[in-house]
Design a protein around this ligand. Structure first.
Ligand code: CTP
Ligand code: ZN
Length: 156
C-alpha cells in the first residue's frame, strides 16, 4: 500500500453504533467526557480532520451503542453543528442534528464558589438554559440562580 492510500484511510466504518460527526475541532474529548461512554465499548476518536464546512472537525464513533436524543442533545452546547448518525447493518439509518437542551443536569460545575452544589458532593448541579445562539449558551444555576455563560471549562 502506498503512503497516499494509507493516508486516505482515516477512521474505519462501523457495522453498528453511533457516529458523531462535524464536531467543532478539539471538542471531541470534552464530548466523550459529558457522554460518559468511556466504559461502554469500543470508541474511536478522530481529531482535526479536514471539513468542507467548518475547516477542521472531530469525529467520534461508538460501536454497538445507539445514543438517544436525550443523551446527544448535550453536545449542542459545545458543538451546535454536530450530526448524529445511527448505524445499523453498516448503513446510516438515522441522521439528526443536536438541539440545546432546556435543562443541563450533572455535567457542569457552578462557577459560584458558595453555591450549594460546590459544597456538598451529593448535590448534583442543574442549569436552566435561558438563551442561546450559535455561539453562546447562557444557563441559570437552579440552586444559587447565578446566570453564567456556559463554556467547556465548566465541564466537571
Ligand atoms: N459512517 C461510519 N460507518 C458506516 C456508515 C457511516 O462510520 N457504516 C460514518 C461516515 O464515515 C461519516 C458519518 O458516518 O462520518 C456519516 O455518514 P454518511 O451520511 O454516509 O456521510 P456524509 O453523507 O458525508 O454525511 P453528512 O451529509 O452528514 O456530512
Ligand atoms: Zn450555583
Amino acid at each position: 500500500m502506498s503512503s497516499n492510500s494509507q493516508r486516505s484511510f482515516k477512521v474505519y466504518k462501523i457495522d453498528n453504533g453511533t457516529v458523531i460527526d462535524h464536531i467543532n475541532s478539539s471538542m471531541a474529548l470534552k464530548i466523550i467526557d459529558i457522554l460518559e461512554i468511556k466504559k461502554d465499548g469500543i470508541v474511536s476518536i478522530g481529531m482535526n480532520f479536514d471539513s468542507a464546512v467548518t475547516g477542521k472537525k472531530d469525529i467520534i464513533k461508538i460501536e454497538n451503542v445507539h445514543l438517544d436524543k436525550k443523551h446527544t442533545d448535550m453536545i449542542a452546547i459545545f458543538s451546535p453543528q454536530a450530526t448524529i448518525n445511527i448505524i445499523k447493518d453498516s448503513e446510516v439509518v438515522e441522521k439528526r442534528q443536536v438541539e440545546v437542551p432546556k435543562v443541563i443536569n450533572k455535567v457542569l460545575r457552578c462557577p459560584n464558589p458558595t453555591c450549594v452544589t460546590n459544597k456538598y458532593h451529593d448535590c448534583d448541579s442543574k442549569f436552566i438554559v435561558e438563551h442561546y445562539d450559535e455561539n453562546q449558551t447562557y444557563g441559570r444555576c437552579y440552586y444559587c440562580e447565578r446566570e453564567t455563560l456556559i463554556t467547556p471549562d465548566l465541564v466537571k
